[in-house]
Design a protein around this ligand. Structure first.
Ligand code: 1GP
Length: 257
């Protein structure tokens, strides 16, 4: 299926009106043994109503591997969006890219250096860029370690708000609050709610890291998350992951404050 390029942002905005969104994250490194395995992981998520297949990771990603994994995922007809940890996280097979700046990194490379190198490739591949502020909170996982983040304190929502506003004023349309893949606890509701309330209604708040149950996903959505991302649970328990998607979709129409 083709035809998503240039239409992904519009698709997300339109679908958000109907219900909160769910992104299924596939880390190509963890499925590298067999790209078909990625497709098998994604299948129940598609049946449950996931909106986007997100592909990326912090370690062990090569462009060839990405190309293979993405090719095997395209048959589902959903947008395939890159979630790059570095310049090697770009692939011409994808539809769009979360063009991210890790705003709370201590290393300028992860704020703008990788983006300078990646921008030329994004243009060359014709990928749709979704301008995203990536904010790492608390635990942070591999993304926090590799990205040299100075993680935001989970109990200081006002700091996340300040970053989110700065991001918005810089023109970013997506704010990704990241607890880190496999985080022991997800982003606190207070932080999600504060960020959602502070930014423009058209700005999307993406929340991920440590969400392993329908209850946790519902809590994030209730606090104001427009998008919930799950990765680890998709690999560990497909049935539970599908239930997460269904419970998000049951939350129904998005109501912005
Ligand atoms: C990681 O936010 C994503 O970048 C998803 O995290 O693997 O914990 O679901 P999990």
């Amino acid at each position: 299926m083709g035809g998503w390029r240039g239409r992904v942002a519009k698709y997300l905005a339109e679908k958000r009106v109907e219900a909160p969104l769910h992104f299924t994250l596939i880390d190509p490194d963890e499925v590298s043994v067999d790209p078909d395995h990625a497709a098998r992981l994604v299948e129940p998520m598609v049946s449950a109503g996931t909106d986007v297949i997100l592909v990326g990771g912090s370690i062990g990603v090569s462009e060839r591997l990405l190309d293979e994994v993405i090719s095997s995922l395209k048959k589902y007809g959903l947008p395939v969006v890159l979630f790059p940890g570095n310049v090697n996280g770009l692939s011409r097979e994808a539809d769009a890219v979360l063009f991210m700046s890790l705003l709370n990194s201590d290393d300028p490379y992860y704020i703008v250096g990788a983006q300078v190198q990646g921008a030329v490739i994004v243009k060359r591949y014709g990928l749709e860029a979704l301008p995203t502020a990536y904010l790492i909170v608390g635990y942070g996982g591999a993304a926090g370690y590799i990205g040299r983040a100075r993680p935001l304190p989970p109990d200081k929502p006002e700091i996340a708000v300040a970053y989110a506003l700065a991001a918005e004023l810089l023109g970013m349309r997506y704010i990704y609050l990241e607890a880190g893949s496999g985080a022991p606890s997800p982003i606190p509701s207070e932080m999600i709610a504060a960020v959602r309330k502070a930014v423009d209604t058209r700005t999307m708040v993406i929340v991920g890291g440590g969400i392993r149950s329908p209850e946790a996903a519902r809590k994030a959505v209730k606090a104001g998350a427009d998008v919930v991302v799950t990765g680890t649970i998709v690999e560990e328990d497909a049935e539970r992951a599908a239930r997460i998607v269904r419970s998000i979709k049951r939350q129904g129409r998005h109501t912005s404050s």
